[in-house]
Design a protein around this ligand. Structure first.
Ligand SMILES: N[C@@H]1[C@@H](O)[C@H](O)[C@@H](COP(=O)(O)O)O[C@@H]1O
Length: 264
């Protein structure tokens, strides 16, 4: 017998943003995976393929596991991008986002190299050239679905508060990482020590992320409660980059009870 679909314990809308709260991480991730699976399926039916941008962080584990299990997605017709990567980190480094996505998704669904558009983060020289090349790839295959998280400091991808720009003319840029963001990477277990966390990274910009008609955001755990509060109840602005989601009618925020603690 198949387990029942996850049911939200609360659902509400803040400005244009739909918010769904689930009892636990597993249910929130599974619900997001079902909705993203359907969005990819619909896009494949309408356009033949779907261009999808994936976040790479422990917050995505349950969601990606749900997507791997989805029967709705034809992975031979998905083009996979990722939203950020550390500058100077080789692809096989344990904390590399390319490695994370290979292990949690691409390898598991046979998404091969010819359908992957990955940021060559190890190229630390001439990063602007890397940005322009990746921009060309994104513009050639416009994003249909973005799968994101929100950082403890309210960042979207690596658009931390000091560098986020809701009117950014760029599609991808190199940013200096905020200290709070670098500390989170250690707390998440991605690095042993703050000194190991790179100081700079490539990131898709806020307008690039929000250009997708479907934006699915999974935010889990007690350490995200403040960021969720700011995202939903604070003033819309770059001080909390995730507030930009409130202007997007195709955005959905999937929370577990712990992350939603301050907004229920
Ligand atoms: N590289 C990750 C992104 O891919 C992720 O979306 C974001 C939020 O991550 P988390 O949900 O762990 O806070 O953080 C980093 O930028």
């Amino acid at each position: 017998m198949t387990p029942p679909d996850p049911q939200p314990i609360a659902r509400f809308t803040i400005d244009a943003l739909q918010v769904l709260v689930y009892e636990d991480r597993g249910q929130a991730g599974k619900a997001a995976a079902q909705a993203v699976g359907l969005a990819i399926h619909n896009r494949q039916k309408a356009a033949g393929k779907a261009n999808v941008v994936f976040a790479a962080a422990p917050s995505q584990n349950e969601f990606l596991a749900g997507l791997v299990a989805s029967t709705q997605v034809d992975w031979s017709r998905v083009v996979g991008f990722h939203m950020d990567e550390y500058l100077g980190l080789p692809a096989d480094h344990p904390a590399s986002f390319r490695r994370y996505l290979q292990e949690h998704l691409f390898r598991l669904v046979d998404l091969d190299a010819d359908r992957l558009r990955l940021i060559p983060g190890e190229r630390a020289e001439r990063p602007l050239r890397t940005c322009l090349e990746y921009e060309d790839r994104l513009l050639a295959e416009p994003t249909d679905v973005v799968c994101a998280g929100i950082g403890e400091n309210g960042h979207l991808a690596f658009n931390d508060p000091p560098v986020a720009d809701f009117h950014d003319p760029l599609v991808i840029k190199v940013v200096r990482l905020d200290q709070a963001c670098r500390v989170q990477q250690v707390n998440d277990g991605c690095f042993d020590h703050i000194d190991e966390v790179p100081t700079h990274a490539y990131t898709l910009t806020v307008p690039a992320l929000l250009s997708a008609p479907v934006v699915s955001v999974v935010v889990l755990g007690p350490r995200k409660a403040n960021a969720v509060l700011e995202t939903l109840r604070g003033p819309i602005g770059e001080a909390c980059p995730a507030t930009a989601l409130r202007g997007h009618p195709g955005a959905r925020l999937y929370l577990d009870r712990e992350a939603a603690r301050l907004v229920l």
